[in-house]
Write a protein that binds this ligand. Structure first.
Ligand code: HEC
Ligand code: HEC
Length: 575
């Protein structure tokens, strides 16, 4: 018995030593393991799916050179080197199967890579991932030297939850900001995180690449359709993105600090409802123009132009907010933009894919103001390719029936459009300037155009008096404020006459000169509506009860009168 016990003890000891030895290469930060080998039995289905769905972008041999590839930014991935961005493994290493499955299922937002979870079954996704692994030529998923370090990311210390992950203490977010500054993330991501730090970066395949815009987290490749989850950021900082200049900070930043840094980055992204299919915020279809009794100021730092949403941590707007004069009652409307593909090159993908709009109107001035804002990492210096943004209106609103609208680009011969186009170049600006916290003034001019269709857009003889009352480019963000009187002389009958209270169709266009966008190479929105909110004097709130009681009184009086009359009649008849 004793010998047997001894032997068991010795076996235990050996086992422990072996276990210890095995765990030696693994340190606290990671667990070592082999890559998942290719599952041969899935290749037949995988190949079928690949040649039906993926080949158009990724190419016959997976070299990222399918027929659509040249028109896309970022380009489809070349699989041959085995370089994958979104992983839980260390920099330079191969991914796990589950990472690729997650990618194929959820897509890579901000790029053309679709979320296939909507179109393919689980089995098809698993299989096509196996096939993609066979397209990797330079490396081998079965090679013993391909050992992987699966990272330890710690755990969300605040236990925040979907969809918005709010409720991280302010001091942790502030600490995160310090960590960001210490690690110089701004050198690539810009002073306010809009990705405007470095215009000269290239990826491993020699193509131009931009740092992520932290204020548009729905475009993070690794957002996994849980766009506000700080884990996605922790993963990116821990593993880096293979094939890109985005390094890992595993050794420089402790796991605890990575979570705080992630909370800071995450706090910059406005909380919007995200459309699951498009992986983008849902359009705000109605732009409300706030009523102002006196004049409207063009100073956008004035409370008149502040929205509670400016603080992305604000959960929602305070309910019952009726302080019209005091300001802070504004709202940033999100307007999605897409590449114009009706004319010219199909599949044209513009650099700017959304803008934000805020509006006020003044009763005293009988004028309306639209503040348009959008992110663009770098601007043009070239007078031949100025930057541009325009607001488009129906030229003859009164002639439109019901929900009728002009053709969405430049109108048509029956329904002309009124276009207010601002063209500009930043002053004393160079893309390689260090991000300048004071920003740049714009050399800006306004043109008023009439559009009767694509071939027929011309400048008005008598402009309607649209003004640019303020404009600036600061830290990757363009801000332009338009102003016009509600009504104009309207000699050509094509200036929009803006009514109080009515719904007016409006749309937006944008040209990124830095990317040589011009004419039909532009970003456009669909028609949305704008409405000038009517004055809402405090007395209105008390009106219904007063009206109610008057009405009640009137009825009582009627009854009383009827009775009295009847009585009188009765009296007369019978007496
Ligand atoms: C419309 C074009 C398009 C189609 C179709 C497409 N992809 Fe992609 N795919 C891309 C682009 C673009 C990227 C690179 C995005 C980036 O690098 O930011 C990409 C990247 C990838 C990656 C790399 C992920 C990583 O972490 O780096 C994988 C894997 C992938 N695609 C798999 C697939 C599979 C599987 C299919 C078919 C079911 C498919 N793709 C179809 C455009 C496409
Ligand atoms: C050398 C330049 C550089 C530095 C420094 C840098 N980044 Fe990045 N980062 C990039 C680039 C480039 C991308 C975009 C890669 C792409 O589009 O695939 C990126 C992407 C990201 C993303 C998006 C990840 C995703 O899923 O798409 C996050 C988050 C991020 N970086 C955070 C940080 C933080 C935090 C720091 C500082 C600790 C930092 N980066 C430092 C270049 C940099």
């Amino acid at each position: 018995m004793i010998t047997r016990n001894n032997r068991m003890a010795r076996q235990w000891l050996v086992l422990c030593v072996v276990a210890l030895a095995l765990s030696l290469p693994s340190t606290l930060w990671a667990q070592m393991r082999m890559p998942d080998p290719v599952q041969q039995d899935k290749l037949e289905l995988g190949k079928k799916v690949y040649f039906k769905r993926c080949v158009w972008c990724h190419g016959v041999e997976g070299a990222g050179d399918g027929p659509s590839a040249d028109r896309l930014f970022t380009r489809p991935r070349n699989f041959t080197q085995g370089t994958f961005k979104i992983r839980v493994t260390d920099s330079g290493e191969l991914p796990l199967d589950e990472n690729l499955i997650d990618t194929v299922k959820n897509g890579l937002p901000g790029s053309a890579m679709p979320a296939w979870g909507e179109f393919l079954s689980k089995e098809e996704i698993k299989s096509v991932v196996q096939f993609v692994k066979t397209l990797v030529q330079d490396r081998d998923f079965s090679d013993e030297d391909e050992e992987l370090a699966v990272m330890d990311f710690g755990k969300n210390p605040w236990g925040t939850s979907e969809p918005y992950h709010l409720g991280v203490p302010e001091e942790d977010i502030a600490a995160g900001k310090e960590i960001m500054i210490k690690n110089k993330c701004f050198e690539c991501h810009g002073g306010e995180g809009r990705g405007d730090g470095n215009p000269t970066m290239k990826d491993d395949w020699g193509f131009e690449i931009m740092a992520a815009d932290w204020q548009q987290c729905w475009n993070f490749r690794g957002s996994r359709r849980n766009h506000y989850d700080p884990f996605n950021i922790v993963r990116a900082i821990s593993t880096g993105l293979n094939g890109t200049p985005m390094p890992n900070f595993r050794e420089k930043i402790t796991v605890e600090d990575r979570w705080k840094l992630a909370a800071f980055v995450n706090s910059l992204c406005p909380r919007k409802k995200i459309d699951r299919l498009a992986n983008k915020p849902i359009n705000d279809f109605l732009i409300k123009s706030k009523y102002t009794v006196g004049p409207v100021t063009s100073d956008w730092n004035d409370p008149m132009w502040q929205a509670p949403e400016d603080d992305p941590r604000a959960k929602s707007r305070p309910s019952g907010y009726t302080d019209i004069e005091g300001g802070g009652d504004q709202y940033w409307h999100y307007i999605a933009l897409a590449g114009q593909i009706v004319r010219g090159e199909r599949n044209f993908k513009p650099k700017v894919d959304n803008l934000w709009v805020m509006s006020r109107w003044s009763e005293e001035e009988q004028a309306v103001y639209y503040l348009v804002e959008y992110h663009n990492r770098f601007l043009s210096n070239d007078p031949e390719y100025p930057e541009g943004v325009a607001i488009q209106w129906p030229g003859q609103l009164e002639e439109l029936f019901g929900a009728e609208k002009p053709y969405f680009i430049f109108g048509d011969s029956k329904k002309p459009v009124d276009i207010w186009k601002a063209s500009f170049l930043p002053k004393n600006y160079d893309t390689t300037n260090a991000p300048n916290p004071d920003g740049y003034d714009l050399d800006i001019s306004i043109t008023e155009l009439i559009g009767n269709g694509f071939e027929d857009v011309f400048e008005k003889d008598t402009p309607g008096g649209v003004q640019i009352v303020n404009s600036k480019y600061v830290q990757g963000r363009v801000k332009i404020m338009f102003r016009r009187s509600l009504t104009t002389e309207n000699p050509d009958k094509t200036d929009v006459q803006i009514p109080v209270k009515g719904f007016v169709p409006v749309s937006f266009m944008e040209w990124s000169g830095f990317n040589k966008e011009h004419d039909e190479y532009m970003a456009i929105s669909t028609w949305v509506y704008t409405i000038l909110e009517p004055p809402l004097p405090a007395s209105l709130i008390y009106m219904p009860p007063i009206v109610g009681s008057i009405f009640f009184g009137f009825q009582m009086w009627l009854i009383w009168m009827t009775k009295r009359t009847r009585k009188m009649v009765d009296d007369k008849t019978w007496k």
